[in-house]
Design a protein around this ligand. Structure first.
Ligand code: BDP
Length: 678
């Protein structure tokens, strides 16, 4: 088993169709996919029951026969489904074939996670409407922040070569409810909008459509100039507006259900409306207007931070976007990273969530592990995603979670979306580390239903991917659930952040202080000195706390009431500051670094215990990755502790082994060929 089949192995155990026969009604590409999927899952195996599994769009007769109730249709969205058993028969029904497909995948999940199918009565609708993978893949197949080989999109051979991988990609996404894809990096290439490339995009769109997946494109804001020599890309210039309208018409001619544009503008060197003294709303609305006749939308990213030595970086997106609340057209959704800085192992929620009642916000999560150990560290991110969703903004009192902002329920928005930065590549197992598949899986599952727990999702994934043996499932769950926290501990404990080395972001670089911009340097974020460590974001410091609701302002104002995990995110504290358990900050900090490494030891020993239940090839791959992770966890720990010790001038607490190398040694390491660079 090389991991190619992801969580769709179907051979973890031999299951039978949960009925005597299958009747899929319909003749669309999607219903063919449904038949094919059942065949893959069960071959010719059927249960001893006599009944039939019917997969059919809803009609009155079915509703009456299966006692679905009068208003079942009103309860279902276009993507929703019901599964109901009646005697020996079972029905999967929906208003659309895509709903049938989702229902079928749900039933397969129930079978392969060994849930009881005696009496099934399920009705589900996705909570968030646009569930989109953002690939940071370039046209030359380099993947920015990709650690699983080159891009799966072979633009050179498209549109003729419709690689099987594209179909398998679509199957995997559909099985977890992902319904949108952006195949091109947000650091976009204008060429994607040329007729030649649009033909290639069309070929991909045609492949994924029957799986319920819409195509979106990242665009370069300066495309009118770059592609057609216009003198400007000013969004208020009529010729520029016309250019985009004509381009939209051209796209929809080829791809009638095209989803829309994703835009990184005036961020990290990308062009944007700011180049012409226009606002983000001016830029987004120009594109939104071009897409509007076709029901397309604009995902406009809020990941912006100017080169402004005066204003601390975490403040900037909020300050730029909150004043624009209400100015965006109704087919614009602003895409916000989960935290205020940049996908760190732990961040507080972005204060933008809850602060823009008149602007729908999509949340952007990073599935690829740019800051969490690339594809050699076992980091189950279901827990991170869950933490991000469940964070309570208190924007409208308690219970105003980020999830409710994103699913539209808090401020009553119909346009809802969530994006995950993909971790796919050409490696046989797609993600470089088998456990990294679980993060793709968790993203999809949570995007569909953010009330699912990370633990539940891990359990589902393990059973479909690795083993159903109960003891082994429990052991693997015990590896996955704390795995992200271990990484936080050996990289950035207690609210530290942005301590990675420059450019490639591989390994520790807390000492880095020489980059072109102050806020690219780790020293900007940890501010360690002889007195203490941490960045003061209270009113006495950068005052980032003021961007949160009063509930959090009060709590973040004092170290005693700040959650321990975010302590040094909000406070600069003396080395001898007394922690709740009576220890000094220095001792606690060091202990966390060591604890993270112990966590990796624990994962290693659990992995050895499950060996008899895991495919030999999968076992080996994870075993080797854990060895690398162990080396790198120690590297992070030792380099960080030695570096911070030069400020604290305090000993490593008794009982802990001394670091293996010297600080000079760690500082001398260079990695010119680290993967996935920007
Ligand atoms: C950062 C990445 C960079 C991306 C940027 C973004 O290092 O490669 O281009 O985010 O989200 O985390 O635009």
């Amino acid at each position: 088993e090389d991991g190619y089949k992801l969580w769709q192995r179907y051979d973890v155990f031999n299951a039978a169709l949960p009925a005597g026969s299958l009747n899929v009604v319909g003749d669309s590409d999607t219903t063919h996919i449904i038949r094919d999927e059942f065949r893959r899952a069960f071959g010719n195996r059927v249960s001893e029951k006599q009944g039939t599994l019917i997969v059919q769009q809803l009609n009155n007769e079915l509703a009456a026969r299966f006692k679905l109730g009068d208003n079942v249709s009103a309860q279902l969205s276009d993507e929703g489904f019901i599964i109901k058993s009646l005697g020996d028969d079972m029905l999967i029904s929906a208003k659309t074939d895509i709903g049938l497909l989702y229902g079928s995948y749900h039933l397969l999940r129930m079978v392969f996670t060994q849930q009881s199918l005696d009496t099934v009565n399920v009705l589900q609708n996705p909570k968030i409407k646009r569930r989109v993978l953002n690939h940071w893949d370039d046209l030359d197949r380099h993947t920015e922040r990709g650690y699983a080989g080159e891009s799966i999109f072979d633009w050179h051979r498209l549109p003729v070569d419709k690689d099987q991988r594209y179909y398998d990609y679509a199957r995997a996404n559909a099985s977890i409810g992902i319904n949108g894809m952006v195949p091109l990096n947000v650091n976009a290439n204008a060429l994607i909008l040329t007729p030649m490339y649009l033909q290639k995009v069309k070929a991909l769109a045609d492949i994924v459509r029957p799986y319920g997946i819409k195509m979106y494109l990242s665009i370069k804001f300066s495309s009118p100039q770059q592609l057609d020599g216009l003198p400007t890309s000013d969004p208020l210039d009529p010729a520029v507006q016309q250019w985009w309208q004509a381009k939209a018409a051209e796209i929809y001619q080829l791809i009638p259900d095209f989803g829309g544009f994703l835009v990184k503008a005036n961020s990290e060197g990308q062009p944007g409306p700011g180049d012409y003294d226009r606002t983000h709303a001016d830029g987004a609305n120009m594109l939104a207007k071009a897409l509007k006749p076709y029901k397309g939308v604009v995902f406009w990213r809020a990941f912006v931070y100017a080169n402004d030595a005066e204003k601390e970086r975490s403040l900037q997106a909020f300050d730029e976007f909150v004043p624009l609340d209400g100015e965006f057209m109704d087919n614009v959704i602003v895409q916000v990273k989960n935290g205020p800085i940049d996908f760190q192992p732990r961040e507080p929620f972005s204060p933008l969530f809850g602060a823009t009642p008149n602007t729908p916000l999509a949340m952007e999560l990073q599935i690829t592990q740019e800051y969490l150990g690339f594809s050699t560290h076992l980091a189950y991110l279901g827990t991170l995603f869950e933490e991000a969703m469940d964070a309570d903004t208190h924007a409208k009192g308690p219970g105003s979670t980020v999830a409710k902002v994103v699913d539209g329920s808090l401020f009553n928005h119909q346009l809802t979306g969530i994006a995950g930065v993909a971790n796919t590549g050409m490696q046989r197992n797609w993600t470089g580390h088998i456990f990294a598949q679980s993060n793709w899986y968790a993203f999809g599952r949570l995007a569909w239903d953010h009330t699912l727990s990370a633990e539940h999702i891990a359990n589902e994934w393990i059973k479909q991917t690795l083993t159903v043996e109960p003891d082994a499932v429990a052991q693997i769950e015990a590896m996955m659930m704390p795995s992200r926290e271990y990484i936080v501990e050996y990289m950035t404990p207690l609210g530290l952040h942005h301590l990675m080395d420059s450019g490639h972001h591989y390994g520790p670089g807390p000492w880095v202080d020489n980059l072109g911009r102050a806020d690219w340097n780790p020293v900007y974020y940890h501010r360690a000195d002889k007195q203490g460590i941490g960045i003061d974001r209270t009113a006495a410091g950068t005052n980032a706390v003021s961007q949160y609701a009063p509930y959090w302002q009060e709590r973040f104002a004092q170290p005693q009431s700040t959650p321990k995990e975010l302590l040094l995110w909000f406070h600069h504290l003396p080395w001898d500051y007394t922690m709740p358990n009576g220890e000094t900050l220095w001792n606690e900090l060091v202990r966390y670094y060591y604890r993270g490494v112990e966590g990796v030891t624990d994962m290693q020993s659990r992995w050895q215990q499950v060996k008899p239940y895991i495919d030999a090839n999968q076992f080996r791959q994870v075993d080797m990755a854990l060895q690398i992770q162990m080396q790198e966890a120690k590297w992070w720990r030792d380099a960080s502790v030695l570096y911070f010790q030069t400020f604290s001038e305090r000993p490593i607490p008794d009982g802990l082994p001394k670091p293996e190398g010297s600080l000079d040694y760690y500082q001398s390491l260079t990695f010119p060929y680290a993967p996935g660079q920007g």
